[in-house]
Design a protein. Structure first.
Length: 196
């Protein structure tokens, strides 16, 4: 992996463990020589992960829609900043630049980005590993929901396998580096049962 896209929250005033974990994620990316692509923010975990990369001498590309390109929101010290027309173009551009996708804790925007990435993998638009950095067990409820969707037969077992989850940056990057795309992904489209 040469470039990783990170989705995460921009909220302030959250638990210090989240900030520490985001900085650690950024630092580990830089130490591994992996460039960061993200939404260009300077607040919350967005700012923390970028700061972690930059403090360790790494490279950061921020992608921002023109409607959010404000000094109050955008990190001033990025290696590169790209301004795009809208939020949909931003997501597509971040995905296009990345070899893997990671979600750190966040709110609606992070959920949207994460589940869109999973959907794109499910229908074959992209074949990139996707991971969750599970700081403070933040994604436990999301994993429970995914398992519930599986139990209720809204998704297949291979769809669950699209997602890797770990508690530390080191574990997560290793899982993503070892990722192999699940077999039988096309049965969701062609409705063939998995061979036994």
């Amino acid at each position: 992996m040469k470039t990783v896209c990170v989705f995460c929250g921009s909220a302030d005033g959250i638990h210090p463990d989240y900030y520490e974990g985001a900085v650690g994620m950024g630092r580990h990316l830089a130490e591994k020589g992996i460039q960061l692509v993200y939404g260009a923010g300077k607040t919350g975990l967005m700012g923390a992960v970028a700061d972690g990369v930059l403090a360790a001498g790494g490279q950061v590309t921020g992608i921002v829609p023109s409607s959010l390109n404000s000094p109050a929101l955008i990190h001033a010290n990025l290696t590169r900043l790209e301004v795009v027309g809208d939020i949909h173009t931003r997501k597509a551009r971040m995905n296009a630049l990345a070899d893997a996708l990671i979600a750190l804790p966040g709110g609606y925007g992070t959920f949207d980005e994460l589940f869109e990435a999973l959907t794109w993998a499910q229908i074959g638009i992209q074949l990139k590993p996707i991971g969750l950095l599970n700081l403070r067990g933040y994604f436990n409820p999301a994993m429970a929901l995914i398992k519930h969707a599986l139990a209720e037969k809204f998704i297949y077992p291979e769809h669950v396998e699209l997602l890797r989850i770990a508690d530390t940056p080191e574990q997560l990057i290793q899982l993503l580096e070892d990722f192999r795309f699940p077999e039988n992904m096309d049965r969701w489209v062609n409705r063939e049962e998995k061979s036994t």
